[in-house]
Design a protein around this ligand. Structure first.
Ligand SMILES: [Zn+2]
Length: 185
Protein backbone atom coordinates (compact mmCIF):
# COMPACT_ATOMS: atom_id res chain seq x y z
CA UNK A 1 0.00 0.00 0.00
CA UNK A 2 1.37 3.40 -0.94
CA UNK A 3 1.98 5.84 1.90
CA UNK A 4 -0.02 8.94 0.91
CA UNK A 5 1.68 11.11 3.53
CA UNK A 6 5.01 11.03 1.67
CA UNK A 7 6.06 13.51 -1.00
CA UNK A 8 4.76 11.81 -4.13
CA UNK A 9 4.91 12.29 -7.87
CA UNK A 10 1.61 11.13 -9.36
CA UNK A 11 1.88 9.87 -12.93
CA UNK A 12 -1.41 9.72 -14.82
CA UNK A 13 -1.30 8.15 -18.30
CA UNK A 14 -4.33 9.54 -20.13
CA UNK A 15 -7.18 7.47 -21.66
CA UNK A 16 -7.60 3.69 -21.82
CA UNK A 17 -9.14 0.79 -23.65
CA UNK A 18 -12.40 2.07 -25.10
CA UNK A 19 -11.02 5.58 -25.61
CA UNK A 20 -10.56 5.49 -29.37
CA UNK A 21 -8.13 8.40 -29.69
CA UNK A 22 -5.36 7.60 -32.10
CA UNK A 23 -4.04 7.85 -35.63
CA UNK A 24 -3.51 4.89 -38.00
CA UNK A 25 -2.44 2.01 -35.81
CA UNK A 26 -1.31 4.29 -32.98
CA UNK A 27 -3.46 4.29 -29.85
CA UNK A 28 -2.78 7.22 -27.58
CA UNK A 29 -3.53 5.37 -24.34
CA UNK A 30 -0.96 2.67 -25.19
CA UNK A 31 1.72 5.29 -25.91
CA UNK A 32 0.85 7.23 -22.76
CA UNK A 33 1.26 4.14 -20.58
CA UNK A 34 4.52 3.16 -22.23
CA UNK A 35 5.82 6.62 -21.44
CA UNK A 36 4.57 6.53 -17.83
CA UNK A 37 6.48 3.26 -17.25
CA UNK A 38 9.64 4.80 -18.68
CA UNK A 39 9.21 7.90 -16.55
CA UNK A 40 8.63 5.82 -13.44
CA UNK A 41 11.98 4.10 -13.98
CA UNK A 42 13.76 7.46 -14.24
CA UNK A 43 12.05 8.58 -11.03
CA UNK A 44 13.06 5.49 -9.05
CA UNK A 45 13.73 6.47 -5.46
CA UNK A 46 11.56 9.61 -5.69
CA UNK A 47 8.25 8.00 -4.75
CA UNK A 48 6.61 8.12 -8.17
CA UNK A 49 3.12 6.62 -8.16
CA UNK A 50 1.84 5.29 -11.48
CA UNK A 51 -1.90 5.79 -11.05
CA UNK A 52 -3.01 3.60 -13.92
CA UNK A 53 -0.41 0.87 -13.77
CA UNK A 54 -1.47 -2.25 -15.70
CA UNK A 55 -5.24 -1.65 -15.68
CA UNK A 56 -6.20 -1.39 -19.38
CA UNK A 57 -9.70 0.08 -18.93
CA UNK A 58 -10.20 3.81 -18.99
CA UNK A 59 -10.68 5.57 -15.66
CA UNK A 60 -12.95 8.61 -15.43
CA UNK A 61 -11.37 12.03 -15.02
CA UNK A 62 -13.23 12.39 -11.71
CA UNK A 63 -11.68 9.16 -10.36
CA UNK A 64 -8.24 10.22 -11.55
CA UNK A 65 -8.56 13.50 -9.66
CA UNK A 66 -9.91 11.77 -6.54
CA UNK A 67 -6.91 9.45 -6.56
CA UNK A 68 -4.45 12.33 -6.99
CA UNK A 69 -6.08 14.29 -4.18
CA UNK A 70 -5.44 11.44 -1.71
CA UNK A 71 -1.81 12.61 -1.79
CA UNK A 72 -1.69 16.02 -0.10
CA UNK A 73 2.08 16.43 -0.60
CA UNK A 74 2.38 15.68 -4.28
CA UNK A 75 2.74 16.95 -7.78
CA UNK A 76 0.56 15.61 -10.57
CA UNK A 77 1.78 14.82 -14.09
CA UNK A 78 -0.83 13.97 -16.72
CA UNK A 79 0.61 12.32 -19.83
CA UNK A 80 -0.85 12.70 -23.31
CA UNK A 81 -0.12 13.18 -26.98
CA UNK A 82 -1.80 15.87 -29.04
CA UNK A 83 -4.01 16.03 -32.13
CA UNK A 84 -4.88 18.82 -34.55
CA UNK A 85 -7.57 19.32 -37.18
CA UNK A 86 -5.21 19.76 -40.12
CA UNK A 87 -2.58 17.20 -39.03
CA UNK A 88 0.34 19.50 -39.75
CA UNK A 89 0.94 20.79 -36.20
CA UNK A 90 4.04 19.51 -34.42
CA UNK A 91 5.65 19.85 -31.02
CA UNK A 92 5.50 19.17 -27.31
CA UNK A 93 3.62 21.53 -24.99
CA UNK A 94 3.14 21.59 -21.21
CA UNK A 95 -0.20 22.92 -19.89
CA UNK A 96 -0.67 24.24 -16.36
CA UNK A 97 -3.59 25.66 -14.41
CA UNK A 98 -3.74 29.39 -14.97
CA UNK A 99 -3.18 31.22 -11.69
CA UNK A 100 -1.11 28.52 -9.96
CA UNK A 101 2.42 29.83 -9.47
CA UNK A 102 3.85 26.42 -8.54
CA UNK A 103 2.14 24.69 -11.48
CA UNK A 104 3.62 27.26 -13.83
CA UNK A 105 7.07 26.71 -12.34
CA UNK A 106 6.72 22.94 -12.72
CA UNK A 107 5.54 23.33 -16.33
CA UNK A 108 8.50 25.59 -17.11
CA UNK A 109 11.03 23.19 -15.55
CA UNK A 110 9.64 20.27 -17.58
CA UNK A 111 9.35 22.26 -20.81
CA UNK A 112 12.92 23.57 -20.49
CA UNK A 113 14.34 20.04 -20.24
CA UNK A 114 12.14 18.74 -23.08
CA UNK A 115 13.28 21.67 -25.24
CA UNK A 116 16.90 20.95 -24.38
CA UNK A 117 16.82 17.17 -24.91
CA UNK A 118 13.93 16.11 -27.15
CA UNK A 119 14.01 15.95 -30.96
CA UNK A 120 10.35 17.05 -31.01
CA UNK A 121 9.95 20.82 -31.57
CA UNK A 122 8.99 22.91 -28.54
CA UNK A 123 5.73 24.82 -28.20
CA UNK A 124 6.62 25.94 -24.67
CA UNK A 125 4.14 26.17 -21.78
CA UNK A 126 0.49 27.22 -21.89
CA UNK A 127 -1.87 28.42 -19.17
CA UNK A 128 -5.39 27.00 -19.25
CA UNK A 129 -8.56 26.68 -17.19
CA UNK A 130 -10.19 24.24 -19.58
CA UNK A 131 -8.59 20.95 -18.50
CA UNK A 132 -10.59 19.11 -15.81
CA UNK A 133 -7.64 17.25 -14.30
CA UNK A 134 -5.70 20.50 -13.85
CA UNK A 135 -8.69 22.43 -12.51
CA UNK A 136 -9.61 19.86 -9.88
CA UNK A 137 -6.30 18.56 -8.55
CA UNK A 138 -5.22 20.35 -5.36
CA UNK A 139 -1.47 19.90 -5.85
CA UNK A 140 0.67 21.59 -8.49
CA UNK A 141 -0.44 19.95 -11.72
CA UNK A 142 0.64 19.87 -15.35
CA UNK A 143 -0.44 18.07 -18.48
CA UNK A 144 2.33 17.09 -20.90
CA UNK A 145 1.45 16.66 -24.58
CA UNK A 146 4.57 14.85 -25.79
CA UNK A 147 4.01 15.29 -29.54
CA UNK A 148 1.22 15.39 -32.15
CA UNK A 149 0.15 11.80 -32.83
CA UNK A 150 -1.70 12.77 -36.02
CA UNK A 151 1.36 14.28 -37.66
CA UNK A 152 3.45 11.60 -39.41
CA UNK A 153 6.83 13.11 -38.55
CA UNK A 154 5.96 13.74 -34.90
CA UNK A 155 4.42 10.28 -34.50
CA UNK A 156 7.36 8.42 -36.00
CA UNK A 157 9.82 10.19 -33.75
CA UNK A 158 7.63 10.57 -30.65
CA UNK A 159 6.66 6.89 -30.58
CA UNK A 160 10.19 5.58 -31.15
CA UNK A 161 11.70 3.76 -28.13
CA UNK A 162 14.67 6.13 -28.19
CA UNK A 163 12.55 9.28 -28.06
CA UNK A 164 10.26 7.82 -25.38
CA UNK A 165 13.41 7.26 -23.33
CA UNK A 166 14.81 10.73 -24.09
CA UNK A 167 11.57 12.49 -23.22
CA UNK A 168 11.16 10.41 -20.04
CA UNK A 169 14.67 11.45 -19.03
CA UNK A 170 13.83 15.10 -19.81
CA UNK A 171 10.53 15.13 -17.90
CA UNK A 172 12.09 13.41 -14.88
CA UNK A 173 14.95 15.92 -14.90
CA UNK A 174 12.45 18.79 -15.08
CA UNK A 175 10.52 17.36 -12.12
CA UNK A 176 13.70 16.99 -10.05
CA UNK A 177 14.80 20.54 -10.98
CA UNK A 178 11.42 21.79 -9.76
CA UNK A 179 11.78 19.84 -6.49
CA UNK A 180 15.17 21.43 -5.93
CA UNK A 181 13.73 24.91 -6.61
CA UNK A 182 10.77 24.66 -4.24
CA UNK A 183 12.50 22.52 -1.63
CA UNK A 184 9.18 20.98 -0.64
CA UNK A 185 6.32 19.78 -2.83
ZN1 LIG B 1 -5.02 12.65 -24.70
Amino acid sequence: MTDTSLDSIILDAGHGLGSPKGWGNYREWVGNRKFARSLEIYLAGHNAVDMINSCPVDISLKDRVEFANMFPKSIYISIHSNGSANHDARGHVVFYYEGSRKSKMLAQCISDELTRMSGIPSRGIKATRRLFVLNKTKSPAVLVERFFHDNDEDLELGNSPREIDTQACAVSQGILNYKRLVGDL
